[in-house]
Design a protein around this ligand. Sequence first.
Ligand SMILES: *[C@@H]1O[C@H](CO)[C@@H](O)[C@H](O)[C@H]1NC(C)=O
Ligand SMILES: *[C@@H]1O[C@H](CO)[C@@H](O)[C@H](O)[C@H]1NC(C)=O
Length: 431
Amino acid sequence: MVAHRCVPFLIVAALCTGFLFVVFRSSSWRDIPQSLGLGHHEPTEYEKIHALPDLRTTRPKVDYPHIGEGVFKEPKIESSSPYPVGQTKPPGSNYTRCLVVARLKSESTAWIDEQLDDMLASGLLSKAVYTVDDRSAPLHPPRNKGHEVMVYLSYIIDFYDDLADVNIFMHAHRYTWHNNELLNNDASLMVRHLSPERVTRDGYMNLRCHWDPGCPSWLHPGATEKNPEKGEETLVADAWAELFPFDPIPAVLSQPCCAQFAVSKERVLALPKQRYVGLRDWVLRTELSDYMSGRVFEYTWQFLFTAAPLHCPSMSACYCDGYGYCFGSPQAFDYWFEMRYLRESYKQELHIWRERADLIEEARQRSTDGRVKEDALLEVPEPGRNVWLRDQIKNLTVEMERSRSAAFELGKEPRHRALEAGREWRDGDGY
Ligand SMILES: *[C@@H]1O[C@H](CO)[C@@H](O)[C@H](O)[C@H]1NC(C)=O
Ligand SMILES: *[C@@H]1O[C@H](CO)[C@@H](O)[C@H](O)[C@H]1NC(C)=O
């Protein structure tokens, strides 16, 4: 059934319910941990000295612009990767893909079989699910340390001579805030729609299109001043000479967050297997804890696979060329996210409206004469505002769905993908 060579063992996902949470852009969304929760979390002595607060809970929030706030300007950062553009296959050709996932024994990856069964059955998708805390699992890393880093490197080492055309590295959970919002934060949709051609051309693709957090300028490892908001900055500086002894420390390391990406076979093979073994040895040896050693890699994968410290492709190009959702222009693309932002703010307002209304209703029921005393100091919600908010939310939802479907239709057209990605297109070219 699962025919691809890259998974010699069938992993039967026994757990049947995936954990499911959709995190909207609310004030607390950054508090949701993106990490796998692998291994221990006790800081070592070294880490106690060096560790600083988790980035995602202390960083200031960067909000999308409000609707009507002017022309959208997407900053441009040209990739400085010295690698040549990878050669795609003739249009219509098949690409093999392998989905590499790190999981704890307690985490379910049943979503892979449930959501991607057709791709698995066709033999074009295979999976390599590594269970980090079960040494009897068919695939497991030598040690449960370094979060997903250990698993990603172990896969490359284990399958170096037998890689898929496109190797997709992901966490075990299906839904998470750092998955792409336009794809419902759903990992299975990201795998399904990922363009193997874009991965092949670029060699390396961060699966997250959104720049925040991570782009356009994130870690400054050469900085002499300690930045209290970025604990890894000094950790990366300390580790750099061990990880990349022949490269000077870059002034800036940036890419979208969260360590999920795809790499072409050709690009993996651009480095000798021994290189990956050496990196894994570093993770095995380092005094940094599981958690911090994982953090060090989050903003260095792009350097490993592109030899460029910055990897911040245009968001709209990432969605269009990378996943086939083409809005026609960065402005039109941004408008969709403005609608989404507005909708989330209306949802929050409605939530607060209802809470206030409930409080007043409670007070009314408690009082003897059915009247709320003035000294109850309750904030009275504006009458009718709830109906208006509900309408707006409904209208925005309809418009967003319409616009997303149109973008998906446009994305079926290879010419549009090339156009939005800013690459040349000739008649007969495929994606
Ligand atoms: C691609 O794979 C599908 C499913 O396995 C198969 O039906 C189709 O013939 C293949 N196409 C090419 C061009 O090999
Ligand atoms: C929602 O859309 C309907 C139909 O297009 C329109 O009549 C209504 O005024 C809109 N509601 C709001 C609150 O904009």
